[in-house]
Ligand binder design. Structure first.
Ligand SMILES: [Zn+2]
Length: 353
């Protein structure tokens, strides 16, 4: 497989290979070139594919917090996502690994962002014969199921000619992510049924087979103290069995795992054996990035109180400690380790030779 950003049939074949061989591609939320590079560095060290994803808020941050990002337009979110995707395209080949570029949760009120990214995909496709992004995620799980599926159908029709993968969500993932708070959701909505999930397959598959489903199985966005929501990755097996009986195919669904932070290795292993091909990781890498700085500050506190003067002398300069390249690099090396750990958890590793 070529190094750099992959899309279309090549990337879809990679996800099928993951499903057959019971590993998943970890998808990391990135909000800067620094976090992108951390993911790429970890992928290079592992010699394995990685996925970079931009949320609507994260994309706006990439473009710059000062830019206008009006409701109904979301111009900074569009600009930042496109800039982020182009940055990954430019640097990824140098890292020598396949890289997948995705956009994260898009709720109904954020559809102008989705439309803007598809405009960019179409322009890129016209020029290069492939889309800018591998895939986009449409999260209409807060809407009634019929409306959710109908909007997904509409968008998949626009995406299919470019072979862009649609990731959709059915059922509600609990917790808070990127400002969307589902912590008060009724318990039964936190678990999808096999019928709910099959309805998605039945409606989308005739348009294009290139879609993935984030079904709810008691997963929660972010890390919380254990509450009354129980993660049940066994349910994913029920979804596959039901869809399998209906279609006569073995494990016909391509499933994705949202809210994976804080899951046990056993829970992840069960999810992998039930056809999870991608898992989102955000909260755990956010902590790792911050912890790199925390540890550096604690270790070098005496060198970080002024431009001049440290424990070695009143006139000693501290430039080499407060240069952003120094402390941001500490964040990066800490995040690289956590990204590698996520690859291992998802069995996204090369067999020992
Ligand atoms: Zn989700």
């Amino acid at each position: 497989m070529k190094a750099g950003v992959i899309t279309g049939d090549v990337a879809w074949a990679l996800l099928q290979h993951a499903k057959e061989n019971k590993y998943a591609i970890p998808a990391f939320n990135c909000t800067s070139t620094s976090t992108v590079n951390s993911v790429l560095e970890a992928g290079m060290k592992m010699g394995r594919p990685v996925m970079i994803q931009f949320s609507e808020g994260g994309a706006a941050f990439i473009a710059g917090k000062a830019l206008p990002n009006e409701k109904g337009k979301l111009q900074a979110s569009i600009l930042g996502a496109v800039a982020g995707a182009n940055f990954v395209r430019n640097v990824a080949p140098a890292y020598g690994i396949p890289v997948l570029v995705h956009s994260d949760h898009c709720a109904k009120k954020l559809l102008p962002w989705f439309d803007g990214m598809l405009d960019a995909d179409e322009a890129f496709f016209k020029a290069h014969g492939e889309p800018l992004f591998l895939s986009h995620m449409l999260d209409l799980s807060e809407e009634p199921d019929e409306e959710n599926i109908a909007i997904c159908v509409k968008y998949l029709k626009r995406m299919a000619p470019m072979k862009i993968i649609l990731e959709m969500e059915i059922g509600i993932t609990g917790g808070v992510e990127d400002g969307v708070d589902n912590s008060g959701t009724a318990k039964e909505k936190l678990y999808s049924t096999p019928e709910d999930v099959y309805a998605v397959y039945e409606n989308l598959n005739p348009i294009s087979p290139m879609f993935t489903i984030a079904a709810a199985f008691g997963n929660v966005h972010g890390v919380y103290k254990a509450g009354n929501v129980v993660l049940s990755p066994k349910l994913l097996g029920d979804f596959q069995d039901y869809a399998g009986k209906k279609t006569g195919k073995d494990k016909p669904l391509c499933l994705v795992f949202h809210g994976g932070s804080g899951s046990t290795k056993e829970e992840i292993a069960t999810a992998l054996s039930n056809g999870i091909v991608k898992m989102n990781i955000d909260t755990d890498t956010q902590w790792a990035y911050w912890e790199g700085l925390l540890k550096f500050y604690k270790a070098k506190e005496g060198y970080l109180q002024g431009q001049i003067g440290n424990p070695e002398g009143e006139d000693k300069p501290n430039k080499s400690y407060y240069d952003p390249r120094k402390w941001i690099r500490e964040c990066e090396t800490s995040m690289v380790k956590r990204v590698q750990e996520a690859c291992q958890d998802l069995s996204n590793v090369n067999p020992a030779s």
